[in-house]
Design a protein around this ligand. Structure first.
Ligand code: TPP
Length: 635
């Protein structure tokens, strides 16, 4: 059911002002309509269903009480911002979500004046909101600043860095801790445990009943009393406020995050305070959709599904992530030193099998990439072989740890960058287009990318048997060519490329998943009478200097192709090498241009940005023409 479906209450809402016109008694029914709309539309577009179903009431209450765009509401990660989009005039575009030219799956400052801050990575909301509050105070502004963050955002170190500065920065600041006990998988760590004790406490259940009755009774006249009751009630539970109160925020809650009148009264009260506050609300991820409640991890973010049953189609070919998990788990059967570390992505990185087979050597450290890298470094000093599996885009967080801790101390950490390359519909916050640039400048780091799944397993085996310092691998989202890994993987020679096809006019170096594109390009060139060699470089660092120079000296034009930003990428490494070696063979570099690439399907974006075999062949032909002209001019 899409947004074309008539919905009595929702049809009347095109802005937060419209929401404010509805009688409060209609709001629960509005929440129901929004849930139906989300479940129906996302069944066709895919997206972050579970997190959004959990914040329907919260989003309504926030927009009922606060005035965006004047007031600022920041959503951490912002994957739960769909209702905010619906309520701020974007309902009709909901069906275009995550498609090229349609709504982004996260919040973007360029998409709406109501999106005061964009995000996609976790843990950014509190610090950014605090910056806004400080600037407001400096300017003498009156607006409210509200940061909404999930319980897993509180596994991010940076959230505490923000809290550490709140009391000395501002007096007016509202943090909403949306506690559903789930990250993508179940939330982990001592903080999660602490929050869980509150949620499961019988005193909380009692308090919740009391609060609901209280709201009915006061009819909204004495919100201050209510808030005090909530506050003193919670103290009876376990004194959970201690952590936050000692950091200088007054703690309120926990309250039921699905109780709209209670949320409204509470926000109205919090608005009046002249001190930083943290409101702890309890919500259910996936509320209103049985399959999402049953499997919160699967329904955190997913592709198309059946709106009645939640059924999804499983891909016929295993993904790189699945092969990673299965292969590493197999290696760990025979090598007690192998340890797997993930930062809150056990499913995404394919490590679920490893976790159940080797629970004593599996660590989910929460959304804490910096800590994960340091933790791996520490393990490596004791002779362990940690495999750090993190998406390329999130590994950016750990850059300093890779430089200062892992590489500088030459520690045996295997850096596994999943989702390297274009991530497609998630958009610019999630594309893994910078990892070659940030890794290849670090002394001592070895980096590689496989052309297919068979070579992937060989590379993982090579990593497991490398004991001389950091070694990194990047691999794309989804499946590759479908090449099945051999039963016994092969040890690869570090720094040795693979020549797949010979040709004397042009040499194509197709890195990783772009090896296939290079092959296609060679076919297209062949049809035009141009003979092209195709090389699978395998190694980003060290480059196979011998093979590169051999083809550079023997060809009229060189071409590099990669699923990475063209600046600082593999092609840039080749250009630097050629320049240093005094080789002047023209080089065509195919890579993503020096700009942030929007969201959309991979084929559409490849076409748009000239990342296809046709576009590469055309550029090569033009370059050859130029060479021919120059050659003739010289004769
Ligand atoms: C730095 C970083 N690492 C990992 C992720 C992947 N990720 C997206 S949402 C999410 C879980 C968020 O959980 P929580 O903050 O509790 O919000 P909820 O989805 O439960 O509403 C994770 C791990 C990310 N977005 N950013």
């Amino acid at each position: 059911m899409s947004s074309d479906h008539p919905r009595h209450l929702l049809d009347a809402i095109d802005s937060p002002a419209d929401l404010k016109k509805l009688p409060e008694s209609d709001l629960p029914a509005l929440a129901q309509e929004i849930r139906e709309e989300l479940i129906g539309t996302l069944a066709e577009t895919g997206g972050h269903l579970g997190p959004n179903l959990g914040v329907v009431e919260l989003s309504i209450a926030l927009h009922r009480v606060f005035e965006t765009p004047t007031d600022k509401i920041l959503f951490d990660v912002s994957h739960q911002g769909y209702i905010h989009k619906i309520l701020t005039g974007r309902r009709k575009q909901l069906g275009s979500m995550r498609q090229h030219g349609g709504l982004n799956g996260f919040l973007l400052r360029t998409e709406s004046e109501h999106d005061c801050y964009g995000a996609g990575h976790a843990g950014t909301a509190l610090s950014a909101a605090l910056g806004m509050a400080a600037a407001r105070d400096m300017n003498g502004g009156a607006e409210h600043v509200v940061a909404v963050a999930g319980d897993a955002a509180f596994t991010c170190g940076v959230s505490y860095e923000a809290l550490n500065n709140v009391s000395e920065t501002t007096k007016r600041f509202i943090v909403v801790l949306n506690d559903n006990q789930w990250s993508i998988a179940r939330n982990t760590g001592a903080i999660a445990e602490h929050l869980n004790r509150i949620a499961t406490s019988p005193a909380y259940a009692h308090l919740h009943d009391q609060a609901a009755k209280f709201v009915e009774w006061i009819g909204g006249k004495s919100a201050r009393q209510l808030a005090h009751k909530i506050k003193s009630g919670v103290k009876q539970i376990i004194g959970p406020s201690v952590i936050f109160e000692n950091l200088g925020l007054r703690y309120f809650g926990p309250i039921d995050g699905h109780d709209i009148p209670l949320l409204i009264r509470t926000f109205e009260f919090l608005k009046t305070l002249n001190e930083p506050v943290l409101l702890h609300i309890m919500t259910k991820k996936g509320k209103g959709f049985g399959p999402a409640i049953e499997k919160p991890d699967k329904f955190h973010g997913l592709g198309k599904y059946q709106p009645d049953t939640g059924e999804t189609q499983t891909a016929p070919t295993p993904t790189y992530s699945e092969i990673f998990g299965k292969t590493l788990s197999g290696f760990a059967d025979h090598n007690r030193k192998i340890v797997a570390i993930t930062a809150a992505m056990p499913n995404g990185t394919g490590l679920v099998q490893f976790a159940s087979r080797h629970p004593d050597r599996f660590y989910d450290v929460g959304i804490a990439e910096e800590h994960a890298a340091l933790f791996a470094a520490g393990m490596a000093t004791k002779g362990m072989k940690p495999f750090l599996a993190i998406y390329s885009t999130f590994m950016q967080r750990a850059f300093d740890m890779i430089v200062h801790d892992i590489a500088l101390q030459n520690l045996n950490v295997a850096l596994c960058m999943d989702r390297a390359g274009l991530s497609g519909d998630d958009g610019p916050t999630h594309h893994g287009l910078f990892d070659i640039a940030y890794l290849r400048s670090i002394p001592g780091v070895i980096a590689m990318q496989p052309k297919d799944e068979e070579e992937f397993a060989d590379m993982l085996w090579t990593m497991a048997n490398h004991h001389e310092g950091p070694i990194a691998i990047r691999y794309p989202r989804g499946a590759g060519t479908g090449a099945v890994p051999r039963p016994t993987p092969k040890l690869l020679e570090i720094g040795k490329a693979e020549v797949l096809r010979h040709g004397t006019d042009v040499a194509l170096f197709g890195l990783g998943n772009f090896c296939e594109v290079a092959m296609e390009t060679a076919d297209l060139l062949e049809k035009r009478g141009i003979k092209a060699a195709v090389i699978n470089p395998r190694w980003i660092k060290p480059l196979d200097a011998g093979t590169l120079e051999f083809f550079a000296r023997g060809s009229r034009v060189l071409c590099t192709l990669e699923d990475h930003a063209v600046s600082g990428g593999f092609g840039a490494a080749v250009a630097e090498h050629l320049s240093d070696a005094g080789i002047t063979t023209p080089l065509v570099r195919v890579g993503w241009p020096d700009q942030f690439i929007e969201h959309g399907s991979v084929p559409i974006l490849r076409e748009k940005y000239g990342m296809t075999a046709q576009a590469a062949a055309e550029r090569i032909v033009q370059s050859l023409k130029l060479v021919n002209r120059k050659t003739k001019a010289l004769l």
